[in-house]
Design a protein around this ligand. Structure first.
Ligand SMILES: *Cc1c(COP(=O)(O)O)cnc(C)c1O
Length: 386
């Protein structure tokens, strides 16, 4: 059976991870070295220098490509390192269209780093396809898509947005960090590049920072590889090993993340202290049907609005114990945060409210602990606040 025909649970464990030929070692070794002996000048065995290529990284890159159903993977020292490399593909004067609720770091690198290199960015509501069609033009070289988005869990239609991008010969890149390839494979929906923060679900244990790009296009991959080597935001072999360790259990972890999030979303939806729950798995979610088509399950991220003040929401996130008050997401442990006071505090209040980020909004990364302990923890925190 070829690698491509195997199910994702099998690929997660075996793709790019053949036992070592010489020793039979089952796990990919950590090749902790910078350089490689050559048999003659330029006559090497595939590796010259570890920024350019490293065997542990190569196995991770094969594994990530196989998970996304793509042909080529490239690993980076952070998700931002990966996103930076997508921007390296552009030329001065190019135009980029992105969602108006993209990840904060993405918004920052677009506007505060690349605008000064004469790239132009427009942020639009990407669930509104007319708005995206109006925003693209001849100079548009990239349409940047996130789905589900943070923290309101809006779901974007990858097929439709890739079509709009391709109509103007632009690339469509999808940040697949929230869904992971276990739930959503953007290349199957017309995306040209898939971007990841490996820091989140793919690493899965809150112990590394990393990023990746996957594509099916050999020329695009060669260009990405050129910038990966030229810029040098490459991950250490040890970090690559940890992500390989993480991806082996991605399917089982995601199943539990999804089950717990589904049950927690329903419980919160029924709770008197909660006004609204944002979770694509709920029938009430505005893009629930699209999510059901595009995703294999609805993921482990959700947010909810308390029927209360900024202070009451702060009390809730301070009082939880199973949920740790922290930024980031996608690890086995449950995390909780308050966007208005933390990740999105820099946005002026009026603007923040207009974007739907209310004072009482709370975002949780639902971990894989027991669901009853999560509910009890939130209940005691609600009781402390109300
Ligand atoms: C965390 C994150 C990033 C950035 O990744 P880092 O590994 O923190 O550099 C990009 N996109 C999304 C959706 C993220 O959650």
């Amino acid at each position: 059976m070829s690698e491509d025909e195997r199910r994702i649970e099998t690929r997660a464990i075996h793709a790019g991870q053949e036992p070592d030929e010489e020793t039979g070692a089952l796990m990919t070794p950590i090749y902790a070295n910078s350089t490689y002996a050559q048999d003659g000048p330029g006559d090497h065995r595939g590796y010259e220098y570890s920024r350019t290529g490293n065997p542990t990284r190569a196995d991770l890159e094969s594994n990530l490509a196989a998970l996304e159903g793509g042909s080529y993977g490239r690993a980076f020292s952070s998700g931002m390192g990966a996103i930076n490399t997508v921007l390296n593909l552009l030329e001065a004067g190019d135009h980029v269209v992105a969602g108006n609720d993209v990840y904060g770091g993405t918004h920052r690198i677009f506007t505060q780093v690349y605008e000064k290199y004469d790239l132009e960015f427009d942020f639009v509501e990407t669930t509104d396809h007319d708005a995206v069609r109006d925003a693209v033009r001849d100079e548009t070289a990239l349409v940047w898509v996130e789905t589900p988005t943070n923290p309101l869990m809006r779901v974007n239609d990858i097929d439709a947005l890739a079509d709009i991008a391709h109509d103007v010969d632009a690339l469509c890149a999808v940040d697949n960090t929230f869904a992971t390839p276990y739930l959503q494979r953007p290349l199957e929906h017309g995306a040209d590049i898939v971007s990841h923060s490996l820091t989140k679900y793919l690493g899965g244990h809150s112990d590394i920072v990393g990023g990746a790009l996957v594509t099916d296009d050999a020329d695009l991959d060669e260009e990405i590889g050129f910038y990966q080597n030229s810029v040098g935001a490459t991950p250490s072999p040890f970090d690559c090993f940890l992500v390989l360790r993480g991806t082996k259990t991605l399917p089982v972890r995601m199943d539990r993340h999804c089950d717990n999030a589904r049950e927690l979303a329903a419980w919160l939806d029924d709770h008197e202290a909660v006004e609204t729950v944002h979770y694509p798995g709920l029938d009430s979610h505005p893009q629930h049907e699209l999510a059901a088509e595009q995703m294999d399950d609805f993921g482990g991220m959700l947010s909810f609005e308390l029927d209360g003040t900024l202070e009451q929401a702060s009390t809730v996130v301070e009082e939880t114990a199973v949920f740790t008050l922290a930024e980031s997401l996608g690890g086995v442990e449950s995390l909780i945060e308050q966007p208005a006071a933390m990740t999105h505090a820099a946005i002026p209040r009026e603007e923040r409210l207009e974007a739907g980020l209310t004072d009482g909004l709370i975002r949780v990364s639902v971990g894989i602990e027991h669901i009853d302990d999560m509910k009890a923890d939130l209940q005691q925190a609600f009781s402390a606040a109300f």
